[in-house]
Write a protein that binds this ligand. Structure first.
Ligand code: SF4
Length: 675
């Protein structure tokens, strides 16, 4: 028997078929004719059955007894959680509790997680791991267009004359989407890559420009200035469909092209070439990733990229737009569902009118009105402001910055619940651990990077007593005297349709074949492939130009003279809790490594393959050095999937002041030999 579903790893959303024998998933096959993946899968998707069937899966609720865990019943686990969370609420108030929702869970589960936070607990302290990857995109593009999603589709990008990939390495992070981008060459399209590292994507590009770390906004300003100087801007589009142009032009005055070249390390001719190539292309698309977003000024850089697309009128047509590729399967959906501390479902802001609407929809009294805390703010608020945390499908001990501090803070909580499919590093600190079902053991919807809402279908039963996340939340709400009356995820989805306007015309039936791309509403009952063809959504006809600002990275501390950049590799995913349990993937990439340039290796007398210590003001990691031309002088890089060489131990918890993303892509370090 074969059951159709969707790969649960990255945001591409490839179609898969789960082959079932003896009530087990025995193989995962690519789904032929799937509109996203066209019958392809990367190595992670193709080995999913090994992660699903891992003997390490959690099978029973666990309660901490001193240094150990012991199995307890579901009833006892939920009763303990209800009692402890209620105790904290009574003593310290509702806002002493935080909920971490998950980009790995379905829309229905995320919807219930935020409803649990708001209705049952009475707090807006709910956030999801988009905060760690694409929060600047969510905040930045929302300001420009009134929506933060990918404007176009993978299908469109195949039609582009020029794809500008900025700070993203889709050849390893979203490989099946990247293969589709390469199809643009069939009609003469070109791919240009701008990155600090010479990535696998850069190797396959027609043009690669290496840039100094965290100088992207300066380069974008230089490109825009070039386009204006060459009179390549789309004046008609600017006049008809944008506002804020004059102020934006003024913001460019402070950028001198020679300075831009010096700051970015990019030759003047290269700035000129890439700007002209992009502006002269009839259909030019921008693809961006975490190289752009994971900085303290990530939001401004995203807005500068939107300016670049606006000035050339690259919107509303195939092969154009601004396209953030998501790292996790349901980044888009978790945000659409309102798992954010400043908005309710459908990005409804915290106005009295919206709160009243949700009070009526949810038959709830006095929903919380003030903005809640973001993920890192909740961690930093322990123990003064936050005393209890309910963590669903996240592993802050590996994926958050400054993990030594995260551990200390989690240890200071009065009560920690972790709900996951494995006993992760964070779960090992919990008071109660709840065993969750994985994607193959549940039905629901997820929304990929190109806004495609797709069905995942239950193919097998969860192991032991593990349970679907939505069911766990429903039962916990019941223990806390709230009746979430849903008998299926389809019933949850019917409620989502009433709360999230862009999902209002979606139904499970309509999704059954190939999913639908939102907005799926009265105007577009079967969804929409390209945004902003006629107007700019909630912003009406006009998108907003934002002034370009560039803040130079802080001067390097002499004690820590190198810049560390974290990155992904093809074989592993996020904190590695699934992929590192797959033998074939672990065999292919068993060990973490630090890439260092020949020049720096020579200066530090480091040999290829030698183990070294990477030290930042926040921690140190022992790791094998790899001399490589992927990084230039002054830069080192490390993948972020390995618990035993956890790169995030080194990363400071400095946040972008608005989007609150940590600066994963700029960390001062020094390297020492291990004697
Ligand atoms: Fe899964 Fe992403 Fe690979 Fe597709 S590209 S198989 S969604 S990890």
């Amino acid at each position: 028997m074969k059951i159709s579903s969707v790969c649960p790893y990255c945001g591409v959303g490839c179609g898969i078929e789960l082959v079932i024998e003896d009530k087990k998933v025995v193989e995962v096959l690519p789904k032929k004719d799937h509109p996203v993946s066209l019958g392809k899968l990367c190595v992670k998707g193709a080995t999913l059955d090994k992660a699903i069937n891992s003997p390490d899966r959690l099978t029973h609720p666990l309660a901490r007894k001193g240094e150990r865990f012991e199995r307890i019943s579901w009833d006892a686990a939920l009763a303990t959680i209800a009692k402890r969370l209620n105790g904290i609420r009574q003593t310290y108030g509702n806002n002493a509790i935080g909920i971490f929702a998950s980009t790995k869970c379905t829309n229905e589960e995320n919807y219930l997680a935020q409803k649990f936070a708001r209705v049952v607990i009475g707090t807006n302290n709910v956030d999801n791991s988009t905060r760690l990857c694409h929060a600047p995109t969510v905040y930045g593009l929302y300001g420009v267009f009134g929506s933060s999603a990918m404007t176009n589709s993978y299908e469109d990008l195949e039609q582009a004359d020029c794809i500008l990939i900025f700070g993203n390495n889709p050849a390893v992070s979203q490989p099946v989407a990247f293969e589709r981008f390469l199809n643009c060459r069939k009609h003469g399209g070109k791919i240009a890559v701008i990155d600090v590292r010479k990535t696998k994507t850069a190797e396959k590009a027609d043009l690669f420009i290496r840039i100094n770390p965290n100088t992207d906004a300066a380069l974008i300003a230089g490109m825009i200035k070039t386009i204006i100087r060459e009179k390549l801007e789309d004046k008609k589009f600017i006049k008809k469909r944008t506002k804020g142009y004059d102020e934006f032009l003024k913001s460019l005055e402070k950028f001198d092209l020679r300075d831009v070249s010096r700051i970015t390390g990019v030759k003047l001719e290269s700035i000129q070439r890439i700007a002209v190539d992009y502006a002269k292309s009839d259909k030019a698309a921008i693809v961006l990733g975490m190289g752009i977003t994971q900085h303290v000024n990530g939001m401004e850089t995203v807005q500068a990229l939107a300016d670049l697309a606006l000035i050339t009128g690259n919107f509303g047509r195939p092969g154009t737009g601004i396209n953030p590729l998501r790292g996790c399967n349901n980044v888009q959906g978790a945000c659409d569902m309102g798992c954010l501390p400043n908005v309710y479902p459908g990005y409804a802001s915290l106005t009295a009118e919206n709160i009243k609407r949700f009070e009526s929809l949810w038959r709830a009294k006095r929903l919380p009105v003030s903005k809640g805390l973001s993920l890192m703010e909740m961690i930093e608020g322990i123990p003064e402001r936050i005393l209890g945390l309910y963590v669903i499908g996240q592993n802050p001990l590996l994926s958050f910055p400054d993990t030594n501090r995260v551990r200390k803070n989690l240890e200071n909580l009065q009560f920690l619940v972790v709900q996951d499919i494995f006993l992760t590093e964070a779960a090992q600190l919990a008071d109660i651990v709840l065993p969750a079902a994985c994607f193959a053991e549940k039905t629901g919807t997820i929304t990929n990077s190109e806004r495609r809402i797709q069905l995942v279908r239950k193919a097998v039963e969860p192991p032991g007593q593990a349970m679907e996340d939505w069911m766990i939340i429903k039962l916990l709400a019941k223990k806390m005297d709230h009746n979430f009356r849903y008998n299926s995820t389809e019933e949850v989805f019917d409620e989502i349709r009433k709360c999230v306007p862009t999902y209002s015309y979606v139904s499970y039936k309509k999704l059954s074949k190939a999913g639908l791309q939102w907005p799926c509403d009265k105007k577009h009952p079967m969804g929409k492939r390209i945004l902003y063809d006629k107007d700019f959504g909630p912003k009406g006809n006009r998108a907003v130009f934002y002034p370009v600002s560039y803040i130079a990275p802080e001067a390097l501390d002499h004690a820590y003279p190198l810049v560390l950049i974290t990155h992904r590799i093809l074989e592993h995913y996020n904190a590695g809790s699934m992929t590192r349990r797959v033998k074939a993937l672990n065999k292919a990439k068993p060990q973490a490594f630090m890439s260092i340039s020949k020049v720096d290796a020579k200066k530090l007398k480091i040999k290829d393959g030698e183990r070294v210590k990477v030290i930042s003001p926040f921690g140190e990691v022992k790791i094998k050095a790899r001399i490589s031309d992927r990084v230039s002088k002054g830069v080192v890089s490390m993948p972020n999937h390995y618990a035993e060489a956890n790169a995030n131990k080194l990363i400071p918890s400095i946040l972008d002041p608005i989007s609150k993303i940590p600066a994963y892509k700029y960390c001062n370090v020094k390297i020492e030999k291990i004697r």
